[in-house]
Design a protein around this ligand. Structure first.
Ligand SMILES: [Zn+2]
Ligand SMILES: [Zn+2]
Length: 377
C-alpha cells in the first residue's frame, strides 16, 4: 500500500515539473522564484464532501491552480455506509491517477478532526493516511495523530481557528494545547482565511508565532456554487507558495519557511517581506516626463501599472498633489492609469509613497510602498 502511494507521488512530481505551460499567471514573480497557486483544504465524498475526487482535479484545472490536496477527515466520514473504503488513501490515489500529464499536482493530505480544543488540523505531504488509526481501527488521539503527521514529514496547519462553531465570538485564540504544539515544533501553519472568512486575530497569531500564513477554500460542494456565481470576479481563496522551483521538495520547503501569501476576494494577505516582493514585481511606476498636453510645465506625467490579477488600491501619502486625481487611486487587475503630479519645479528624481489599502501585513495594517523615480528616463 505504501509503495503504491510513493509511486503516485513520483509520477506527480514528473508531471508537475514537465507540463508547466498554459497555466495562468496570477502574479508576476522574480526570475528566481515561482508563485505556486494552491488550495490545500478540499473535501470529496471520501469524507463529507459531495463530489468525486476527479471532479476536484477538473475544477482546479479550470481555475489554473498548480497544486491541490484532498484533505478528507480522518474522524468524520458521512458517506461511509454508501462508500465503504478501508484504505484511507483512496481519494488521493483516484485524483493522483487522474491528474497525470496535467499542469497540476495533487499532494497527499488529510484533516485531523477533533473537538475544540484543539480543533481541526490539515497534514499535507503525508505518506499514508491509514497510519492515523490504531490497531483497533480507531482514529489516533490528537497528540499521537499530530506526532504521526510529523513523523511522515507532513506540513501541519491549524484549520479555521476562528470558526464560529468553535469560537462563538469568531475570535481566534491560543489554548494551552496550541501553545504546546507550537513550542514543540509540531504545528507549522495557520489558516487566516477559510472559505468566506478572514481572521485578523489568526493573522496576529501567525506573525507572533512564525506560523505560515494559509488561505483555503475548504470546499465541500461545487467550487462554482460556493465561489464563482456570487459575483463575476469572485474566486476561491488561494495560497501562493513562493518557491525556488516547481519541484515538490522546493514547494514543501517554502511552506515550512513561511514563504506564502493569500489572495482572498480583493485582499492580498501575508507577512511584510513577502508582500514587499509581490508589490515590487506587480506594481510598476513609469515616468513619461514633463510634457503635460505638450506644454513645458512643472507637471510630471506618470504611468501606474498593475500587472497582477488582483486590484491595487492606492492611497498616496506623499507631499505632492495631483492635477486630475485625489489621493485614492484604484488600479483594476492588469491595468494602467496615468496620473499628473505637480512637482512645482522640474526634478530629476522624485519619491512616491503609497499605502496599499488591499495589501494586509498585519491586523489593521497595510503595506507601505515607497519608490524613487527617475523622471527623465
Ligand atoms: Zn475542519
Ligand atoms: Zn475541512
Amino acid at each position: 500500500m505504501i509503495n503504491r502511494t510513493k509511486i503516485f507521488l513520483l509520477l506527480l512530481v514528473f508531471s508537475f515539473t514537465s507540463h508547466s505551460q498554459g497555466i495562468k499567471t496570477f502574479f508576476e514573480s522574480p526570475n528566481d522564484n515561482y508563485y505556486i497557486s494552491s488550495d490545500l483544504h478540499i473535501h470529496t465524498v471520501f469524507s463529507d464532501g459531495v463530489v468525486w475526487p476527479t471532479l476536484r482535479v477538473d475544477e482546479a484545472l479550470r481555475d489554473s491552480i498548480d497544486l491541490i490536496s484532498l484533505t478528507e477527515h480522518i474522524e468524520y466520514q458521512s458517506h461511509i455506509s454508501d462508500i465503504p473504503h478501508k484504505n484511507r488513501n483512496r481519494s488521493f490515489q483516484i485524483a493522483g491517477g487522474y491528474v497525470q500529464n496535467q499542469p497540476l499536482a495533487v499532494v497527499h493530505g488529510t484533516e485531523i478532526t477533533k473537538p475544540m480544543p484543539p480543533g481541526h488540523f490539515n497534514a499535507i505531504f503525508i505518506d499514508d493516511a491509514n497510519r492515523f488509526f490504531d490497531i483497533d481501527k480507531k482514529p489516533l488521539e490528537f497528540s499521537k495523530a499530530i506526532k504521526e503527521a510529523n513523523k511522515q514529514g507532513a506540513f501541519v496547519f491549524w484549520n479555521h481557528p476562528h470558526w464560529e462553531a468553535n469560537r462563538s465570538d469568531g475570535i481566534a485564540k491560543l489554548d494551552p494545547i496550541h501553545k504546546e504544539i507550537i513550542k514543540k515544533g509540531l504545528l507549522h501553519g495557520i489558516e487566516v482565511v477559510n472559505f468566506d472568512t478572514f481572521s485578523e486575530e489568526a493573522l496576529q497569531i501567525a506573525l507572533e508565532n512564525e506560523l505560515t500564513i494559509m488561505g483555503t477554500s475548504d470546499v465541500h460542494i461545487l467550487i462554482e456554487w460556493d465561489f464563482i456565481n456570487k459575483k463575476e470576479s469572485y474566486h476561491r481563496p488561494l495560497t501562493f507558495i513562493m518557491s525556488k522551483n516547481k519541484s515538490i521538495d522546493s514547494v514543501k520547503k517554502a511552506l515550512f519557511d513561511g514563504n506564502t501569501f493569500v489572495w482572498y476576494r480583493d485582499l492580498i494577505i501575508g507577512k511584510l517581506e513577502n508582500l514587499n516582493q509581490v508589490i515590487e514585481n506587480n506594481f510598476e511606476i513609469i515616468s513619461k516626463g514633463y510634457n503635460y498636453r505638450d506644454r513645458k510645465v512643472e507637471i510630471l506625467e506618470v504611468e501606474l501599472k498593475n500587472k497582477s490579477v488582483a486590484p491595487i488600491n492606492l492611497k498616496y501619502t506623499g507631499e505632492y498633489t495631483f492635477h486630475n486625481d485625489y489621493k485614492y487611486i484604484e488600479l483594476s487587475p492588469r491595468s494602467s492609469k496615468t496620473i499628473y503630479i505637480k512637482t512645482k519645479e522640474v526634478k530629476k528624481t522624485i519619491n512616491l509613497k503609497f499605502e496599499i489599502l488591499n495589501y494586509v501585513v498585519g491586523p489593521k495594517t497595510n503595506l507601505i510602498f515607497s519608490k524613487n523615480i527617475n523622471t527623465l528616463n
